[in-house]
Ligand binder design. Sequence first.
Ligand code: COA
Length: 159
Amino acid sequence: MKRIRMTHDLSNLAALAPLAREITVRGVSHDDDRDALGALLYLAYLGGPDQEENNPDEGRREIDRTIDGAYGPFIASASFVASDPEGVVGASLVTRFEELPLLAHLIVHPRIQRRGLGAALALRSLEALAAHNERVARLAVHPESPARGLYARLGFVEA
Ligand SMILES: CC(C)(COP(=O)(O)OP(=O)(O)OC[C@H]1O[C@@H](n2cnc3c(N)ncnc32)[C@H](O)[C@@H]1OP(=O)(O)O)[C@@H](O)C(=O)NCCC(=O)NCCS
């Protein structure tokens, strides 16, 4: 399935909305987070138009591919994990693909979707990239993905 490429001009970032108090955001701990992120990735895409993983182990393998360089070098300084008291609930994972930063995965646990966490994580990543003097970020999205509206709202345009 062909994905739609979107780009973001990092000189023009939306304002960051505050997060719910019980949610904390931190960097990715390369080894300790992988199982939780794999389970989260599987659950986030489950039943959606671009589901490719059929269980948490396949989710874990996709996380390994992302962190270990299958989509270009992982940019740890622009990648974030969100947790609430029950565990890991979101992540934005950024790599450098064909020279430019790529939002490789933006995932939020279904139990707290549509409360602003996806936008907040994406913006954290974009702000971190801008702070490191990157000018543009990219992503690729499935044409039927509900995330397209979110990305447009954040300032991504189809490229
Ligand atoms: C995309 C995703 C990260 C958004 O996280 P989120 O925390 O729900 O995002 P926010 O609450 O910040 O923004 C929600 C917006 O996303 C869009 N959206 C997310 N889920 C949607 C759904 N099921 N149906 C319609 N729109 C949806 C809407 O634009 C929505 O805005 P609205 O609630 O005002 O209508 C999350 O839905 C997810 O993990 N999806 C599965 C993985 C995925 O598709 N990732 C993107 C791959 S490119």
